[in-house]
Each structure stands twice: as structure tokens, then as C-alpha cells.
Ligand binder design. Structure first.
Ligand SMILES: [Cu+2]
Length: 127
């Protein structure tokens, strides 16, 4: 074989490195980024936005909103259903927050009074 000569070790190592890089790129390419609510952002009809979309664990949700009006609370199913954040729930309030979806059900509400009841909530099943 022509290429079994000097520098052989480097040549056998290179395909492995290349494969590793490809795998890392593929993994990153598989994760999608979604802007919640589209151009309207995180708002009162966000509960309908997710319908018909398929999400995967590792996908990133971007929540864009007016931080003086809203926030994002990541919480459990009961909190989502009852529109009340349990103590210790994760609250994001930058106005431009990113959350990576975990496998299974992911629940989010706006924690400001009445907003969740008005549709500012999101339940997403990530495969
Ligand atoms: Cu709100």
C-alpha cells in the first residue's frame, strides 16, 4: 500500500478524528432552535404555537418577551395544570431566554398573575 509509510500513525489517527468531528457536527445539526410564538414571541397564545410541531430532547426554545410584563417559569405538570409555580421552580426573566428541552414532558408558564390562565403556557413533549 502506497500510504503505509512515513507518517503512518498520523494517517491512521486522522480518519478517527474526522469521524469524531463529523459526529459532533451531526449532533449539533440535529438540535433545532425554536422561537416560541414565532415573531409574536412568548405571549398569550403560546399554548397553540406548539401544536403540530415535533420536538426532540436537546432542541432549544427561545423565549422573546417584554421582561417588564412577563417571565418564564419551568415547572412540573401539576404547576402547569393549575397555573401556579411551585416553590423552587426555575424562573427566567431576561426577556430573551433559552431553554434546552429535556426528554419527555417540558412545562412552562408565565408566572405573572392571570397570564398562564390567558394562554401564556406551554407543554412540550420532546422525543
Ligand atoms: Cu406574562
Amino acid at each position: 500500500m502506497m500510504w503505509e509509510g512515513r507518517g503512518g500513525a498520523a494517517r491512521t489517527l486522522a480518519p478517527g478524528m474526522l469521524l469524531l468531528c463529523l459526529l459532533l457536527q451531526l449532533h449539533a445539526a440535529n438540535a433545532a432552535t425554536y422561537t416560541v410564538g414565532g415573531s409574536g414571541g412568548w405571549s398569550f397564545n403560546s399554548d397553540t404555537w406548539a401544536k403540530g410541531k415535533r420536538f426532540r430532547a436537546g432542541d432549544v426554545l427561545v423565549f422573546n418577551y417584554d421582561a417588564t410584563m412577563h417571565n418564564v417559569v419551568a415547572l412540573n405538570r401539576n404547576g402547569y395544570k393549575s397555573c401556579s409555580a411551585p416553590a423552587g421552580a426555575r424562573v427566567l426573566s431576561s426577556g430573551k431566554d433559552q431553554i434546552r428541552l429535556a426528554h419527555g414532558q417540558n412545562y412552562f408558564i408565565c408566572g405573572n398573575p392571570g397570564h398562564c390562565q390567558s394562554g401564556m403556557r406551554l407543554a412540550i413533549n420532546a422525543a
